[in-house]
Design a protein around this ligand. Structure first.
Ligand code: CIR
Length: 261
């Protein structure tokens, strides 16, 4: 078990605002910022336990969704693309994130009408699978493709229906192993590239966070955790129920350098 920082592993997270009660939700239910903060603290501790040096950005009360920081940027090799989140209420989240990320490596921007949420970008090796969703449009994917090409990465567009983001449905669980919610996405895209896919029937199971030696799994997807463990993946389950209630998941709570997934 790792408990001290591993060189190259850094993560940026953003605190949960009191206004989290007004976060975007596909199914409105009451949200509890205090519970979310407690779960966020556990999440940060898990990143640190996996060797990540974590920087915490202050919350912005005028941005109820600001803790879902993954959507504001796509970190590539030597350059970071600051996105234009597809929900207008989330556009003001990006300047503070851009300022923090520009300390690490050069940042470039996306211009209107392009939109993209980072939750739609799944990196596997040299591929960037990019979900076409209500949040990420064709111009956004074109911009990502242009920036990615400059650093030798290839964008593979993926059609996504009935989910907020591509990574709501599938993520990287271990090198060359994708975990995906069954029957919700065309898995041929992954299999054609030699990737294995572990399908799960649990909705919360499609979003896991591979951190090197350990992969975080939502406590709401115990069967996925068991299946991954049986496949040889070292898993750790953590509770993020309050973020699920606002359509969030594990990957969306951080931006990571040096992470495999
Ligand atoms: C939203 O609707 O934008 C937020 N309530 C949830 C964003 C979750 N982001 C992610 O999974 N990458």
């Amino acid at each position: 078990m790792i408990s001290s920082p591993v060189p190259g592993r850094r993560a940026l997270v953003r605190a949960v605002p009191g206004s989290f009660t007004c976060a975007l939700q596909s199914r409105p239910t009451a949200l509890n910022p205090e519970l979310a903060r407690s779960q966020h603290a556990t999440y940060v501790a898990a990143l640190e336990g996996a060797g990540y040096r974590v920087t915490l950005l202050a919350a912005d009360e005028s941005c109820p969704d600001c803790c879902f920081i993954e959507d504001t940027a796509v970190i590539l090799d030597g350059v970071t693309l600051i996105t234009r989140p597809g929900a207008p209420s989330r556009l003001p989240e990006t300047p503070a994130v851009a300022a923090a990320l520009s300390q690490e490596q050069p940042v470039v921007y996306m211009q209107a009408p392009a939109t993209m949420d980072g939750g739609d970008v799944l990196r596997v090796g040299r591929w960037l699978f990019a979900g076409r969703t209500a949040r990420t449009n064709a111009a956004g994917i074109d911009r990502l493709s242009a920036v990615a090409a400059e650093v030798g990465l290839e964008v593979v567009p993926v059609a996504v229906a009935g989910a907020l983001h591509l990574k709501s449905l599938c993520t990287l669980a271990a090198p060359e192993l994708i975990v995906a919610v069954a029957h919700r996405i065309d898995l041929a895209t992954f299999r054609a590239r030699g990737l294995r896919v572990l399908e799960t029937d649990e909705l919360a199971g499609g979003n896991v966070l591979a951190l090197g030696e350990v992969t975080l799994v939502s406590a709401d997807s115990p069967l996925t955790a068991s299946a991954l463990a049986a496949d040889g993946v070292s898993v750790r389950s953590i509770a993020i129920s309050e973020f699920h209630r606002a359509d969030g998941a594990l990957t969306c709570l951080s931006l990571r350098f040096g992470a495999p997934g």
